[in-house]
Ligand binder design. Structure first.
Ligand code: FES
Length: 125
């Protein structure tokens, strides 16, 4: 039986995630391998995804932490321009239309945001 640390992991204070602006970068262990992830806020909800395009498994951001399109409406992949709905991570337009970013579950409580480890995602120490 693996030794799973399932305690919520502090990510940032709520104010660090501004509506459709900026991001907070972090890392998880995905099945034991380090994987970059990011959190943003859209429709007042804090959401997080692996920083991995659903088209080709490469990082999305055009500069570290820059995920928004110029209208700050969608998450955009810097490689081929796929547009993702930030609230649920589905690709709405681009070469991977209909596919989704991999979600990392979050919990927001008391002005703080935590990500939630699972069988798939573990903290990096
Ligand atoms: S790698 Fe992201 S759209 Fe092609």
């Amino acid at each position: 039986m693996p030794d799973l640390n399932l305690a919520p992991q502090f990510l940032c204070v709520s104010a660090d995630l501004r509506e459709r602006e900026g991001s907070v970068l972090f890392e998880v262990l995905e099945y034991g391998r380090t994987a970059p992830a990011f959190a943003v806020r859209a429709n007042q909800q804090a959401v997080a995804y692996l920083n991995r395009c659903a088209h080709v498994p490469t990082e999305l951001d055009w500069q570290p932490g820059e995920f928004w399109d110029h209208e700050q409406k969608f998450i955009i992949c810097s490689v081929h321009g796929a547009l993702y709905e930030p609230a649920h991570g589905q690709c709405l337009m681009g070469p991977c239309t209909g596919k989704r970013l991999v979600s990392v579950p979050l919990k927001e409580e008391g002005g703080q945001v935590f990500w939630l480890p699972s069988d798939r995602f573990q903290p990096v120490f």
